[in-house]
Design a protein around this ligand. Structure first.
Ligand code: UD1
Length: 422
């Protein structure tokens, strides 16, 4: 088992380039199933979740070639199996996107309930209701979701919550359904827009992605295309927080500043310098800090609100603020597992239901800590980088699921972090 050894207290300095978005890359890989010809997908992050999804595609019979790093060419015409086994599906959350893709393409899908981070119940009722609205028969047989439809027909769908997963899954199935589908109260996250752009590049007709009403005109066929995944908003935000936490000065390159407005605004409220720029070839954000942050209150919300995926690293930063911060997690009912680990490093955080009270202290101290899920792992990284002394971070397989070349990128910024394989 690998772990990270971190000697904290070193300000991060320099430039870091953001990789392709995990939460866009995974549904885009699944969406390639909907095409009748090969798709070339570029700017894929080299992370565990991408590898696992490519394993799923290969197990289904798709022909997948990776001619160079960050590129996959997927030929779905060889797919024979419309099932995703429990063993494969439970390795990641995004396996649930095979439900919409397989159903849209073949009119049948058998996909085991997904895995992913244990941050709450994370039901799939909106996904299933969406597929039923499109005319599919869907049953859950012992944790396997079985969906069949002689013909999918467009429908008017209203989501109770702006669920990212349900919005994308419905978009996938509806892109080859007969007629028009409208998704009301759709999620507006950048990766929803990226998946819609990918589907449109395949010949789909999707309008309104990025707003809360998405309209899809189903197409009989979708063709192949070449497409590059957008930069990862959450990875960018994690480096922004790490720069602030270590009182560093970091230029984060290859990002879309508009996707980071909620995090930029919060960091500025903390008294941290955040400057957006355009080098001519790409956008960047420079984050520099000279002092501990001022306390701020955070409420996680669907995009464009403060992203739940950055709540955990932000909690680590606020642990060394000058006062009390309230953090309210509105999306997932059990997303405070990082608090116990931060408190082991000397933080003073109490959780009551969906709200954490973070009483800021001067510093944290190195300790042996555990990543309990992917973004809790990001919080551990931020905490260990800013803490005094040595930290050992266990369960780094969670972090490997979502951060490309994390150790290499942090070392290039001057961090003292190494991966140790036992
Ligand atoms: C996705 C992301 C995850 C991110 C989250 C919110 C992937 C693989 N995962 O997760 O990183 O933290 O969006 O930005 O992209 N809900 C239901 N029923 C449903 C679906 C959702 O009740 O059928 C609820 C969830 O429990 C949660 C809320 O809706 O409370 C939002 O969940 P959703 O946006 O669907 O998140 P995920 O797709 O699971």
């Amino acid at each position: 088992m690998a772990y990270f050894k971190v000697n904290g207290g070193v300000p991060l300095n320099g430039e870091v380039s953001v990789s392709g978005s995990k939460n866009a890359a995974l549904p885009i890989l699944c969406a390639s199933v909907l095409a009748d010809a090969p798709c070339r997908i570029e700017n894929l992050p080299e992370i565990e979740d991408v590898k696992r999804l490519i394993e799923i595609l290969t197990a289904m019979g798709a022909t997948v070639e990776c001619p160079e790093s960050g590129v996959a060419v997927i030929d779905p015409s060889t797919i024979k199996d419309r099932r995703v086994s429990t063993e494969m599906a439970t390795k990641l959350r995004a396996s649930y996107y095979m439900l919409g893709s397989l159903l849209g393409r073949y009119g049948e899908a058998e996909v085991a309930e997904p895995g992913g981070c244990a941050i709450g119940q994370r039901p799939m009722d909106y996904h299933i209701n969406g597929m039923r609205s499109l005319g599919a028969d869907v049953i859950d047989r012992g944790g396997i979701i079985i969906a069949r439809a002689d013909e999918l027909c467009g429908s008017d769908i209203f989501l109770d919550m702006a669920s990212v997963g349900a919005t994308i899954n419905i978009m996938l199935a509806a892109s080859r359904a007969k007629g028009k589908t409208t998704i009301n109260n759709a999620a507006r996250e950048p990766h929803v827009v990226d998946v819609a752009n990918f589907l449109n590049a395949m010949g789909a007709s999707i309008r309104g992605a990025g707003t809360d009403v998405i309209r899809i005109n189903g197409r009989e066929k979708l063709h192949g295309c070449t497409y590059a995944v957008i930069p990862d908003q959450i990875e960018a935000g994690t480096y922004m927080i790490a720069a602030a936490a270590t009182k560093g000065n970091v230029v984060i390159k290859n990002l879309i500043p508009a996707h980071l407005e909620a995090i930029s605004a919060k960091l500025m409220e903390c008294g941290i310098d955040v400057v957006e720029g355009d080098s001519g070839s790409e956008f960047y954000i420079r984050v520099s800090a000279h002092d501990r942050p001022r306390p701020v209150n955070i409420r996680t919300l669907p995009y464009p609100g403060f992203p739940t995926d950055l709540q955990q690293p932000m909690t680590a930063l606020l642990a060394i603020s000058y006062g009390n911060s309230f953090i309210t997690e509105n999306l997932f009912e059990d997303r405070f597992n990082h608090v116990r680990e931060l408190n082991r490093m000397g933080a003073h955080i109490t959780v009551n239901g969906r709200t954490a009270l973070v009483a800021g202290l001067e510093k944290l101290y190195g300790a042996e800590i555990h990543a309990t899920d992917l973004r809790a792992g990001a919080a551990m990284i931020v905490a260990a980088l800013m803490a005094e002394g040595e930290s050992i971070i266990r369960n780094v397989h969670y972090i490997d699921r979502g951060y490309e070349h994390l150790v290499e990128k942090l070392c290039a910024l001057g961090a003292r972090i190494e991966r140790v394989t036992e």
